[in-house]
Design a protein around this ligand. Sequence first.
Ligand code: FES
Ligand code: FES
Length: 158
Amino acid sequence: MSEATRELSTTVNGAEVTMDVPVRMLLSDFLRHQVAQTGTHVGCEQGVCGACTVLVDGEAVRSCLMLAVQIDGRSVETVESLADEEGLSDFQQAMKDQHGLQCGFCTPGILMSVSGARRRGLSAETAETEVLGGHICRCTGYTSIRAAIRQAWEVGTE
Ligand code: FES
Ligand code: FES
């Protein structure tokens, strides 16, 4: 028996996408395998590690906990959206400056959660505690990531 599909119309990093997708396909799989936004990483697939975090209509979500069909008519931003022809976003630059990553597996999710928090006007303290608290990094020990958050809040927008 073939798997049920449904037409999905969405915007991914500013590009309109319309295609049939399996109704049970996860958003994380849609982003990685259907629209080639492989910067979205998949770790625990249980909503715990935060590696798969993307922004849906500006809100940080775990893409491993959403179905692709749930973004019908909505807008998704992944880590690929952060840098532009001008270069890295302020928080990306801060992560680089402060050595906020090692293997980088957790980094896309942190970049998206923190960028979303910055856009929503949350404080650096909230980003360092509550927002970063939703992400597991096995490499850096968080000190450098927290330093990057403080740097970004001092200099820029995202
Ligand atoms: Fe989604 Fe870990 S892979 S939270
Ligand atoms: Fe390796 Fe965070 S940089 S898991």
